[in-house]
Design a protein around this ligand. Sequence first.
Ligand SMILES: [Ca+2]
Ligand SMILES: [Ca+2]
Length: 206
Amino acid sequence: MKTHRQPATRAFTLIELLITITIIAILASLTAAGVTQIIDQGNRLKVRTVLMELKGGIEAFQTDYSRYPVSAGFTGTNGEDAPELLTDGSHPLVDTLMGIPPASGGTADLNPKRTQYVTFNPANNGRHGLVGVTRPYKLADMYGQSYHILLDTNGDNQVKNPDVGNTDPKISANQAAHLATKVAVYSSGKDQIASTSDDVTSWRPK
Ligand SMILES: [Ca+2]
Ligand SMILES: [Ca+2]
């Protein structure tokens, strides 16, 4: 007498179906917030990479020329460091670091050796790169804002610590007045406001 067994392949298909449903359930649990968080972390990493390149480029320039890539008159008052710089195209710091000669009729040539300390690509919709065609160039972060640069122009091997004035008390608490570095760079972060918790800095851990 013949027996009618269920084909083994059918049971296997059911297991596959269950696995597939489970995977779909897991994927569905990846909420939009989770995806946004991953994108945010990626953007912060890109910003930090650029600002560390800026910092490294400025330090290498200072080693080569025994001065910073700014005009000789760029100093602070009362023995302090010069005020914070922005990569907003108001001065040729980015051009100088890229080894680009000054525009004709422009400022003094600060990098006559034409050494290329950094390389940046054109921005994409005003973000993450060089903005516009007029010189000096503006360098924008992932959020379309300029980078902030602090230089030890008074030569005491430290710069003011911007975190002292951070609006987040968890960040501003117990901060030293100065950072023990000659160059500090930061981005105002996703909220596009400086000295808030989402800033991306060269001195904090990633
Ligand atoms: Ca200083
Ligand atoms: Ca911020």
